[in-house]
Ligand binder design. Structure first.
Ligand code: SAM
Length: 278
């Protein structure tokens, strides 16, 4: 029987004296067509190594494990890990790690191998997880296929004038795209909001660490008050004379009265590269 069956999930939880924990974002996927969409988007091959974050009872894990060379799963909840040992017992190509993904040392886990990430993420770790994996200097994934809240998917893929720090951060390191929106009815227990599948493909060229630090310092300053004019935010947060900031913006084709939400990643990069000419 497929693990997308609500009654089977309920039986498994009952057997292991577990219940869906809200604080860990445990909303299990119960829709086969959505499961299929995630698998198709990840474009899995028999040589792939996949890291799955938050496997739950193993709904996605089973389908991924059938198709690839190896799956490494990181699950925080010990009860889920006990259940996974049962639902994945027929597979030899799986490693189950009980850990908080935000605390785990990914470089140790995935050293010198190319891998993909597939995950139905609890909402509270979406931004830190994306940041953690995109910022890894030598262990970035080939791609990430993530189920996130619909609004977060839209924010990640936004364009000016709807940019945010999240959009700039992701688009600085990668190319994100929305694959599909998913109804909240596709999960049990049903969450309050709909979801979306996003595919995030990291860029192959890496910027220098020094440039990245300066880039994010400027971006954070620019977004300090997103509704205010960029010249005021930058001058205040970077502690520089307003006239100097005005000239620097104009030289880079940006109107001082613009809001941070209207700038592209290219605009922020131009500003960063020309910082020393200020
Ligand atoms: N993959 C399953 C599915 O699609 O039905 C479960 C997804 S559920 C939305 C999120 C899973 O992430 C839960 O199993 C939860 O226990 C796990 N989780 C929550 N926080 C975590 C963390 N910090 N590190 C690792 N796993 C976590």
């Amino acid at each position: 029987m497929s693990l997308t069956s609500k009654s089977l999930i309920k039986d498994l939880l009952k057997k292991y004296k577990a219940r869906p924990l809200k604080r860990l974002g445990q909303n299990f996927l119960i829709d086969k067509s959505v499961l299929q969409k995630i698998i198709e988007s990840a474009n899995l091959h028999s040589k792939d190594i996949v890291l799955e974050i938050g496997p739950g009872v193993g709904i996605l894990t089973q389908e991924i494990t059938k198709r690839v060379k190896k799956v490494i799963t990181i699950e925080k909840d010990q009860k889920m890990v006990e259940i996974l040992k049962e639902t994945l017992k027929d597979f030899k190509n799986i490693e189950i790690i009980q850990e908080d993904v935000l605390k785990s040392n990914i470089q140790n886990l995935i050293s010198n191998i190319q891998y993909k990430i597939v995950a139905n993420l609890p909402y509270y770790i979406v931004s830190p997880v994306i940041r953690k994996f995109l910022e890894l200097p030598e262990a970035r994934p080939l791609e990430m296929v993530l189920m996130v809240q619909k609004e977060v998917a839209q924010r990640i893929c936004a364009r000016p004038p709807k940019m945010s720090i999240l959009a700039v951060s992701v688009q600085f390191y990668a190319k994100p795209e929305i694959i599909s929106f998913v109804s909240k009815k596709s999960f049990w227990p049903q969450p309050k909001v709909d979801s979306g599948i996003v595919k995030i493909t990291p860029k192959t060229t890496l910027q220098r660490t020094g440039l990245c630090k300066l880039f994010f310092k400027i971006v954070k300053a620019g977004f300090s008050h997103p509704r205010k004019q960029i010249v005021n935010n930058l001058s205040k947060m970077l502690k520089l004379n307003k006239e100097k900031i005005r000239k620097w913006l104009l030289k880079n084709g940006i109107e001082p009265i613009q809001r941070a939400e209207t700038l592209t990643v290219k605009d922020w990069l131009k500003l960063t590269r020309n910082w020393y000419k200020i």
